[in-house]
Ligand binder design. Structure first.
Ligand code: 1GP
Length: 249
């Protein structure tokens, strides 16, 4: 089944999903291997692979290691149009709809389109919304965009609604990797109430309690990266915290 159909089906069934973010630059191959093994044992739903800036050319090797050690789908989560690989299963084709930088809204996509057309990757369009989270994040700096203020729920809701109306298939509320504060719970709740497409939330989620709250509030897919870079043994309790928020229909 195509990955997006699977995401839609799980979301319609009320199943909460965990995506483990793997940044090839921050991890050695043995750490990627240990994340893959722990993720496979813990019922993790997806791997997202990428980072704001990759300088070590480890992307293909990282995907290979994830695939050798698990059957979990690998979805590219590219910080820019150089982070592409045919070895993955799918790509989040991110349009940074919270910002007003034309390159991040459509420019880089034009450059990537012919490559993606030729590739076997499943292309999943995604409205990417950066939300203010206490300090300047790498994605804010690298994308040269202003995040949505964390108390401006109306802006977040209308941005997400516009993304869905434009035909984007997912909305991603992003506090930024290693964020000081994760996405506010009322923002997750209200954005979800105004969407019919699946909602992703990530950035700064470090404890099973906050992860569970974000999923209960309405995030269909929770993304965690940083917490597992320090300790991949945490994957199993975080996966439980996400999955137990499911209200299976
Ligand atoms: C970042 O949302 C992801 O793009 C995950 O953030 O690394 O803080 O878990 P963390």
């Amino acid at each position: 089944m195509p990955i997006y159909q699977d995401i839609l089906k799980r979301t319609e069934q009320g199943r909460k999903q965990l995506a483990v973010l793997v940044d090839p630059d921050k991890l050695q191959n043995k750490d990627v291997e240990s994340i893959a093994i722990n993720a496979a044992k813990s019922g993790v739903d997806y791997f997202f692979v990428g980072g704001s800036l990759l300088v070590n050319n480890e992307l293909d090797q990282c995907i290979k290691t994830l695939k050798v050690n698990s059957e979990i789908p690998v979805i590219l989560f590219p910080g820019n149009n150089m982070q592409l690989s045919w070895k993955a299963d799918a790509i989040l084709f991110l349009s940074l709809i919270s910002g007003r930088n034309a390159e991040m809204l459509i420019g880089r996509h034009v450059i990537a389109a012919p490559y993606l057309k030729l590739s076997p990757l499943e292309v999943i369009s995604c409205g990417y919304m950066l939300v203010e989270s206490g300090k300047t994040t790498a994605v804010q700096y690298m994308s040269n965009t202003m995040p949505i203020p964390s108390d401006k729920l109306d802006i977040a809701i209308c941005t997400a609604m516009a993304g869905e109306m434009l035909g984007l298939k997912l909305i991603y509320l992003e506090a930024g990797s290693g964020a000081q504060y994760s996405i506010p719970i009322p923002m997750i709740e209200q954005v979800k109430q105004n969407l019919t497409i699946p909602l992703i939330a990530g950035g700064g989620l470090r404890t099973p309690e906050t992860v569970n709250q974000a999923a209960v509030a309405g995030a269909d897919i929770i993304v965690i990266g940083n917490a597992f870079e320090k300790n991949s043994g945490l994957i199993s309790e975080m996966a439980d915290a996400v999955h137990k928020a499911s209200k299976i229909i």
